[in-house]
Each structure stands twice: as structure tokens, then as C-alpha cells.
Design a protein. Structure first.
Length: 497
């Protein structure tokens, strides 16, 4: 691959319409958190918001991408946008104005997949009458494949995430009159790296270090939709981090379905912890986050690195899925409740207090009242700072689909409510203990109507606060907590004395 470009953070902050390529180098190539991680929600995110094209590109047709699902999808869309910018497309303000309308989809739960088809229905007429080109990317594309053309014949492009490397070719086929173009190969050892990435978040840069998944959890579509695990070469990752730091980013979030099973394919052969330390050592980088960690690949060295390196954030998202060893086995999660609790004990023994969040599924086939009780007691034992909880959703091509003893929907709903209620209590109690403490916050939002600023602590807690300063967006400031809710904290900006 030749030159690589990143859209500049200053341009994003000021909303200026042009950003020159910032650097060039021969690169090879989603919150139980107290706020809300995008993959936990089925709500779509959309961009572009502002038109940002490299100067080299001559604006031609326009595009709009709507993204459903996890942070990995959000970041894939940033790279797809980069591919289109590189081909001279310009961002449209909204779907109606776009010549090319792309849906980057999620099929992790049935509801998310259904939403996509409802969206496609909305654009049937404009595809037929105005010649709008409509494409489906991501997990639904991979899962449904050619059938999308049957269900929605006005769709012209179907491309799964393992084929994103082929996107420039596929787009060219569309430009030269192709009616139905597809990229659905799963058997790949390639990762998706782009010459241009159109980053949507001016404060936190996502960076995928590992794609696909080699686990085979019985409920999960990811191995079928994202293909086998493949890590990105460490040189390429570190080059990109340096470019991001040069362009003003101070916070990096490393992404992967099992981010901590990273294994450098290059001769340097870095493991996950070595890469973490190297990313944190890049000058200008102040915060490094990573998600999602798999408990099986979670080792003490990760905790030791967080203890030693201040730039590594003191937050770990470690999905447990169930507190019952019997259900974990049936889910094929490869660890027991006790194995998991041992890893939690390493974090609790750290010198820095580490915030811990998780994902939980209720109502997996065969889950008894007693199994569910094990999950509730796990909440009490671990004392999570946040949990994303879901009702089990049967998905096509997964082993759990044909398992006996399905839990009725109503019972799943009842268990979910009990679980969420208990976790809410835990979060209230934990957050109340933080009142009076002062945290460093990276300011990333403003609620004008409430006269508040908003930001995140290193432990990924959301802090809404007042300040006497005019504009502190993008700054690191000290905030004293004055009140606590279950999902966020309230505070006031304190200037260093
Ligand atoms: N790779 C991560 C891991 O192993 O923990 C999780 C990735 S998955 C995209 C995000 C979350 O969606 C999972 O942790 C799980 O809680 C939830 N999930 C996945 N499949 C599901 C299903 N069929 N029904 C309900 N929730 C599901
Ligand atoms: Fe899905 Fe399991 Fe892989 Fe996570 S580890 S992506 S839950 S198969």
C-alpha cells in the first residue's frame, strides 16, 4: 500500500471543509462502561456529519453510510468512507441526498438484523426512480448473502466485512454499470487497511488490531460473519498510532472481537501486552483503551502493564455471559465461573483501582432458575461498574439454534429485569462512593441546554460537569464529583491551585 492519510483532528474540531493529508508513510497495509457502548445498542450511528475530503480528491458522487452495531462496525465505516473519499466521492448530509447509500449492518441479535430490512424498504422508490445505488455491508450482508437481492431487489452491492479489501473493485464495478456486485469470501488472512480513514470522533481514535474470531461460542454469529481471526502487523499499527498522535489524537482505542488474543504476524512477533506497551509509549498518546477482552486470553501481564503504564486506562471490559459454569460450558465459553473469578481477583489486587464491566446473556437454552441465580450472585461478587445485558436471541447457523429447552420470551424478560435492577443498585452504591473525589476528564461534549460539559475519566466513567471556562472541548481537565447516578457522575471543574 502507498501513502496513508488521516483526516485531521483540527479540521474535525473546527468543522472546516478541507483537510490536507497529514502524513505519509509506507504503511503495510463499542460500555458496560457507565455510558453506552455502541454495540450494546441496536441504534444506528450515521456519518458523515461534515464534508471532509482530501484535497487530492475531486468531488463526484456523494455517499452516506448508516452504521449499526459495535465499535468495530463504526470503525469499519470510517475506513469504507476513506475508500470512497479516495475515489473522489463526497459525503452527503443525509441519506436522501446521497447517490450511494450504504448500510453497515449488525446481526448479533435478531432485532438489529430486522432494522436493516426495514431501512432498505424506505429506499425502494428512490433506488428505482432516482437511480440511487444502495449497498449492504457487514454482518447481515455476510449472513444473508445473495438472498438480500431476492428480498430487496433494489440493492446493488452486498459485501461482508472479510471482503472489504475488495471494495474499491466492487465500487468500480458499480460505476461501470454493474447491477449486482458481491464480496462474500470468508476464507481470508487479510485485514482491512485503507489509504484514507475518515475518522468520525475527533477525540478518540478507533484502531482495529485483530479481525474475525476463532472461538465458537454457541450463540454467536461473529465467526460466520467476520471470518477467522487475523491480526494486523505491529509496524502497521504503530505507524498509524504515530500518525494519529501527529494529527492531534491523544486517546486510542484498540479494537478486536477478542482483542487480547492479538498475535503479531510480522517477524517482530509482538504479543498483546507488548503491543499495548508500545502504543502507550508513542509520544503524544495519553490514553490507550482496548475492547473486547476474552476471559480465556486474559493474563496477569495485562494487569501488570496497567499498573506500570499510566497511559493504559484503568478499565477492562471482560464479558462473562453467565455466572453458571453449566451454562458457560453449554455456551462453549472455555472457562468456568471460578476461572473467571480468578481473573477478577487479579484486577482487584492491582495497585490502581480498575473499573470492570461485562456482557451478560439471560435465557440461554437450558438456563434454569438456579443457573440464573448464579448469574445474579456473580454480580454481587464481582461488583461490576457496568453491564450490558441481553436476552438470548437465537441466530441462524449457530449451534445454540437447535438446542433444547428454550426459555420462553416472557421468562427471559423477567430475568433481564431482575438482573438490570440488581446491577443498577450496585452501580448506585459504587458511584456514590466516588462523591468528593477528583478525576481527570477528557472533555468530549457539551450539553448547552443544561449548561454542562461532558467527558470521560480514564476508567471510562461519564462525568457531566459545570465549568467557568469558555471552551474546554478536547482538553484534559480536573473535575470534582458532587453527585452520582447509576450511569454517570455529576461534578464541577476545578482549576489546579
Ligand atoms: N467477542 C466478545 C466476547 O466474546 O465477549 C463479544 C462480541 S459480541 C459482538 C457482543 C455481545 O453480544 C456478546 O458479549 C454477547 O453478550 C452478546 N451476544 C452475542 N450473541 C448474542 C445472542 N445470540 N443473543 C444475545 N446476545 C448476544
Ligand atoms: Fe462471538 Fe465468542 Fe467470538 Fe466473542 S469470542 S465474537 S462471543 S464467538
Amino acid at each position: 500500500m502507498g501513502k496513508t492519510f488521516d483526516i485531521g483532528i483540527d479540521a474535525l474540531r473546527t468543522g472546516s471543509s478541507h483537510s490536507a493529508p497529514l502524513s505519509s508513510s509506507p504503511a503495510q497495509g463499542g460500555e458496560g462502561l457507565l455510558g453506552g457502548r455502541s454495540f450494546s445498542s441496536d441504534m444506528p450511528t450515521s456519518f458523515p456529519l461534515g464534508a471532509l475530503a482530501p484535497e487530492a480528491a475531486t468531488p463526484r458522487k456523494s455517499f452516506f453510510i448508516e452504521t449499526f452495531g459495535c465499535q468495530m462496525n463504526v470503525h469499519d465505516s470510517e475506513k469504507v468512507a476513506g475508500v470512497l473519499l479516495g475515489r473522489g466521492y463526497r459525503p452527503a448530509e443525509n441519506p436522501a441526498q446521497a447517490d450511494l447509500l450504504l448500510y453497515n449492518t449488525c446481526s448479533i441479535r435478531e432485532k438489529a438484523a430486522q432494522k436493516v430490512f426495514s431501512r432498505l424498504g424506505d429506499h425502494k422508490l428512490s433506488a428505482r426512480n432516482d437511480g440511487k445505488v444502495i449497498g449492504v455491508l457487514g454482518c447481515v450482508a455476510q449472513q444473508e448473502g445473495e438472498e438480500i437481492f431476492e428480498r430487496a431487489p433494489w440493492v446493488s452491492l452486498v459485501c461482508g466485512s472479510a471482503s472489504y479489501r475488495k471494495l474499491p473493485d466492487l465500487v468500480e464495478q458499480l460505476e461501470t454499470g454493474g447491477r449486482r456486485v458481491m464480496g462474500l469470501d470468508l476464507d481470508t488472512d487479510e485485514t482491512f487497511e485503507t489509504e484514507i480513514t475518515r475518522r468520525d470522533n475527533p477525540f478518540r481514535a478507533y484502531l482495529t488490531i485483530i479481525e474475525g474470531c476463532d472461538y465458537s461460542c454457541a450463540y454467536c454469529v461473529v465467526p460466520h460473519t467476520r471470518g477467522p481471526e487475523r491480526s494486523r502487523a505491529s509496524d502497521s499499527v504503530l505507524d498509524e498510532v504515530r500518525r494519529l498522535a501527529d494529527s492531534g489524537y491523544t486517546e486510542i482505542q484498540l479494537l478486536g472481537q477478542t482483542v487480547n488474543s492479538y498475535s503479531d504476524p510480522s517477524p517482530r512477533g509482538m504479543n498483546f501486552v507488548e503491543l499495548l506497551r508500545a502504543v502507550a509509549a508513542v509520544p503524544g498518546i495519553r490514553r490507550v483503551r482496548f475492547t473486547t477482552s476474552h476471559p480465556n486470553d486474559f493474563h496477569r501481564e495485562i494487569v501488570a502493564a496497567i499498573d506500570e503504564v499510566p497511559a493504559l486506562c484503568d478499565h477492562i471490559h471482560l464479558p462473562v455471559q453467565s455466572g453458571s459454569t453449566r451454562i458457560l460450558k453449554s455456551m462453549r465459553r472455555t472457562y468456568t465461573r471460578d476461572d473467571y473469578l480468578e481473573k477478577i481477583s487479579w484486577m482487584r489486587a492491582a495497585r490502581r483501582p480498575i473499573s470492570i464491566t461485562s456482557d451478560i446473556i439471560v435465557g440461554f437454552p437450558g438456563e434454569t432458575d438456579s443457573d440464573f441465580e448464579d448469574t445474579v450472585t456473580l454480580l454481587d461478587q464481582v461488583q461490576y461498574d457496568g453491564v450490558f445485558s441481553f436476552k438470548y436471541s437465537p441466530r441462524p447457523n449457530t449451534p445454540a439454534m437447535s438446542m433444547a429447552d428454550a426459555v420462553p420470551e416472557e421468562e427471559k424478560g423477567r430475568r433481564l429485569a431482575i438482573l438490570q435492577d440488581r446491577q443498577r443498585q450496585i452501580q448506585i452504591e459504587r458511584n456514590e462512593k466516588l462523591v468528593g473525589e477528583t478525576f481527570e476528564v477528557l472533555v468530549d461534549g457539551r450539553h448547552a441546554s443544561r449548561g454542562q460539559w461532558s467527558g470521560r475519566t480514564t476508567s471510562n466513567r461519564i462525568l457531566n460537569f459545570t465549568s467557568s471556562r469558555e471552551n474546554i472541548l478536547g482538553e484534559y481537565v480536573q473535575v470534582r464529583v458532587t453527585r452520582a447516578g447509576p450511569n454517570s457522575l455529576v461534578g464541577e471543574h476545578v482549576e489546579p491551585s
